[in-house]
Ligand binder design. Structure first.
Ligand SMILES: [Mg+2]
Length: 193
Protein backbone atom coordinates (compact mmCIF):
# COMPACT_ATOMS: atom_id res chain seq x y z
CA UNK A 1 0.00 0.00 0.00
CA UNK A 2 1.40 3.36 -1.00
CA UNK A 3 1.80 6.33 1.33
CA UNK A 4 0.65 9.88 0.61
CA UNK A 5 2.19 12.80 2.50
CA UNK A 6 -0.18 15.77 2.60
CA UNK A 7 0.65 19.36 3.40
CA UNK A 8 -2.01 20.90 5.65
CA UNK A 9 -2.02 24.69 5.14
CA UNK A 10 -3.41 25.73 1.74
CA UNK A 11 -3.76 22.10 0.65
CA UNK A 12 -6.10 20.29 3.07
CA UNK A 13 -7.35 23.63 4.41
CA UNK A 14 -7.57 27.14 2.92
CA UNK A 15 -5.71 28.92 5.70
CA UNK A 16 -4.20 31.85 3.79
CA UNK A 17 -7.44 32.60 1.89
CA UNK A 18 -9.45 32.29 5.07
CA UNK A 19 -7.09 34.62 6.98
CA UNK A 20 -6.88 37.13 4.13
CA UNK A 21 -10.63 37.35 3.55
CA UNK A 22 -11.86 36.96 7.14
CA UNK A 23 -9.23 39.02 8.94
CA UNK A 24 -7.00 41.12 6.73
CA UNK A 25 -9.57 42.57 4.31
CA UNK A 26 -12.03 43.28 7.13
CA UNK A 27 -9.47 45.16 9.20
CA UNK A 28 -7.91 46.87 6.14
CA UNK A 29 -10.89 48.02 4.06
CA UNK A 30 -8.59 50.19 1.93
CA UNK A 31 -6.67 47.14 0.69
CA UNK A 32 -7.21 46.80 -3.05
CA UNK A 33 -5.77 43.29 -3.35
CA UNK A 34 -7.74 40.11 -3.83
CA UNK A 35 -6.58 36.65 -2.80
CA UNK A 36 -5.44 35.99 -6.37
CA UNK A 37 -3.04 38.94 -6.05
CA UNK A 38 -1.07 37.20 -3.28
CA UNK A 39 1.62 36.08 -5.66
CA UNK A 40 4.27 35.53 -3.02
CA UNK A 41 4.17 33.58 0.20
CA UNK A 42 4.70 34.95 2.74
CA UNK A 43 2.85 37.92 1.22
CA UNK A 44 4.09 40.44 3.78
CA UNK A 45 5.68 42.81 1.25
CA UNK A 46 2.46 42.92 -0.80
CA UNK A 47 0.62 43.85 2.40
CA UNK A 48 3.26 46.38 3.51
CA UNK A 49 4.04 44.34 6.60
CA UNK A 50 7.28 43.26 8.20
CA UNK A 51 7.65 39.50 8.01
CA UNK A 52 7.50 39.18 11.82
CA UNK A 53 4.27 41.19 11.97
CA UNK A 54 2.68 39.08 9.25
CA UNK A 55 3.62 35.85 11.00
CA UNK A 56 2.31 37.18 14.32
CA UNK A 57 -1.09 37.86 12.72
CA UNK A 58 -1.14 34.53 10.88
CA UNK A 59 -0.09 32.56 13.96
CA UNK A 60 -2.82 34.21 16.03
CA UNK A 61 -5.29 33.23 13.35
CA UNK A 62 -3.98 29.66 13.27
CA UNK A 63 -4.99 29.29 16.92
CA UNK A 64 -8.32 31.11 16.60
CA UNK A 65 -11.80 29.58 16.66
CA UNK A 66 -12.33 30.77 13.09
CA UNK A 67 -9.38 28.74 11.84
CA UNK A 68 -10.40 25.75 13.95
CA UNK A 69 -13.79 25.97 12.24
CA UNK A 70 -12.45 26.05 8.66
CA UNK A 71 -14.30 23.49 6.57
CA UNK A 72 -12.35 21.09 4.35
CA UNK A 73 -13.08 20.98 0.63
CA UNK A 74 -16.07 18.65 0.07
CA UNK A 75 -14.42 17.18 -3.04
CA UNK A 76 -11.40 16.15 -0.98
CA UNK A 77 -13.55 14.58 1.73
CA UNK A 78 -15.49 12.67 -0.96
CA UNK A 79 -12.21 11.40 -2.40
CA UNK A 80 -11.09 10.17 1.01
CA UNK A 81 -14.44 8.46 1.58
CA UNK A 82 -14.15 6.63 -1.71
CA UNK A 83 -10.42 5.97 -2.05
CA UNK A 84 -8.79 6.95 1.24
CA UNK A 85 -8.48 3.44 2.56
CA UNK A 86 -6.45 2.38 -0.50
CA UNK A 87 -3.49 4.41 0.79
CA UNK A 88 -1.70 5.23 4.00
CA UNK A 89 -1.68 8.95 4.83
CA UNK A 90 0.52 11.35 6.73
CA UNK A 91 -0.02 15.06 7.25
CA UNK A 92 3.20 17.08 7.23
CA UNK A 93 3.10 20.76 8.11
CA UNK A 94 5.74 23.45 8.63
CA UNK A 95 4.36 25.66 11.40
CA UNK A 96 5.54 27.22 14.64
CA UNK A 97 5.13 24.63 17.38
CA UNK A 98 2.57 26.60 19.41
CA UNK A 99 0.13 26.40 16.47
CA UNK A 100 0.57 22.71 15.67
CA UNK A 101 -1.96 21.37 18.19
CA UNK A 102 -4.76 23.33 16.48
CA UNK A 103 -3.73 21.97 13.07
CA UNK A 104 -3.46 18.40 14.36
CA UNK A 105 -6.89 18.67 15.98
CA UNK A 106 -8.36 19.99 12.72
CA UNK A 107 -6.78 17.25 10.59
CA UNK A 108 -7.77 14.46 12.95
CA UNK A 109 -11.30 15.84 13.28
CA UNK A 110 -11.98 15.83 9.53
CA UNK A 111 -9.52 13.28 8.16
CA UNK A 112 -8.74 11.11 11.20
CA UNK A 113 -10.38 8.04 9.65
CA UNK A 114 -7.51 7.93 7.19
CA UNK A 115 -4.73 10.30 8.29
CA UNK A 116 -3.34 8.63 11.41
CA UNK A 117 -0.07 10.53 11.64
CA UNK A 118 0.44 14.28 11.91
CA UNK A 119 4.05 15.46 11.70
CA UNK A 120 5.58 18.90 11.69
CA UNK A 121 8.69 20.90 11.05
CA UNK A 122 8.86 23.74 13.57
CA UNK A 123 8.96 27.09 11.75
CA UNK A 124 11.45 29.41 13.39
CA UNK A 125 10.00 32.21 15.50
CA UNK A 126 11.93 34.78 17.54
CA UNK A 127 13.06 33.80 21.05
CA UNK A 128 11.78 30.21 20.78
CA UNK A 129 14.35 27.44 20.87
CA UNK A 130 13.44 24.12 19.30
CA UNK A 131 15.60 21.01 19.12
CA UNK A 132 16.36 20.40 15.48
CA UNK A 133 15.72 16.98 13.98
CA UNK A 134 14.90 17.88 10.39
CA UNK A 135 15.40 21.42 9.20
CA UNK A 136 12.80 21.17 6.45
CA UNK A 137 10.23 18.85 4.89
CA UNK A 138 12.72 17.37 2.47
CA UNK A 139 15.04 16.29 5.30
CA UNK A 140 12.01 14.82 7.06
CA UNK A 141 10.92 12.90 3.94
CA UNK A 142 14.45 11.56 3.50
CA UNK A 143 14.52 10.35 7.10
CA UNK A 144 10.99 8.93 6.88
CA UNK A 145 11.77 7.04 3.70
CA UNK A 146 8.29 5.70 3.02
CA UNK A 147 6.59 8.49 1.05
CA UNK A 148 5.34 7.51 -2.39
CA UNK A 149 3.39 10.72 -3.04
CA UNK A 150 3.86 14.26 -1.74
CA UNK A 151 1.27 17.02 -2.15
CA UNK A 152 2.17 20.61 -1.26
CA UNK A 153 1.76 24.21 -2.42
CA UNK A 154 5.42 25.18 -1.99
CA UNK A 155 7.42 24.95 -5.21
CA UNK A 156 10.80 24.36 -3.52
CA UNK A 157 9.45 21.51 -1.41
CA UNK A 158 7.97 19.86 -4.50
CA UNK A 159 11.31 20.17 -6.30
CA UNK A 160 13.14 18.75 -3.27
CA UNK A 161 10.74 15.81 -2.89
CA UNK A 162 11.17 14.97 -6.58
CA UNK A 163 14.93 14.68 -6.08
CA UNK A 164 14.15 11.93 -3.55
CA UNK A 165 12.17 10.05 -6.21
CA UNK A 166 8.80 10.87 -4.64
CA UNK A 167 5.92 11.48 -7.04
CA UNK A 168 5.11 15.09 -6.12
CA UNK A 169 2.23 17.39 -6.98
CA UNK A 170 2.13 21.16 -6.64
CA UNK A 171 -1.35 22.35 -5.62
CA UNK A 172 -2.11 25.60 -7.49
CA UNK A 173 -2.14 28.74 -5.38
CA UNK A 174 -1.62 32.38 -6.43
CA UNK A 175 2.04 32.21 -5.29
CA UNK A 176 3.03 29.21 -7.40
CA UNK A 177 2.83 28.03 -10.99
CA UNK A 178 0.86 24.88 -10.27
CA UNK A 179 -1.32 23.85 -13.20
CA UNK A 180 -3.07 20.71 -11.97
CA UNK A 181 -6.12 21.51 -9.87
CA UNK A 182 -6.43 19.39 -6.73
CA UNK A 183 -9.30 17.23 -8.14
CA UNK A 184 -7.01 16.25 -11.03
CA UNK A 185 -4.20 15.44 -8.64
CA UNK A 186 -6.61 13.23 -6.72
CA UNK A 187 -7.48 11.36 -9.93
CA UNK A 188 -3.80 10.78 -10.68
CA UNK A 189 -3.28 9.30 -7.22
CA UNK A 190 -5.85 6.63 -7.98
CA UNK A 191 -4.31 5.90 -11.38
CA UNK A 192 -0.90 5.41 -9.76
CA UNK A 193 -2.20 3.53 -6.72
MG1 LIG B 1 1.15 24.73 2.54
Amino acid sequence: MKTIVWDIDDVLNDLTKSWFENIWLLSNPGCRLSYQNLTSNPPNELLNLQKEDYFKLLDEYRNSDKARNMKPDKKVIKWFEKYGENFRHIALTARPTHTVAAAAEWVLCYFGKWIRTVSFIPSARPKIYMPSYDKDKIKYLKWFGKADFFIDDKTDDIKGAKTLGIQSYLVPQPWNKGTLPLPEILSLLIKNE
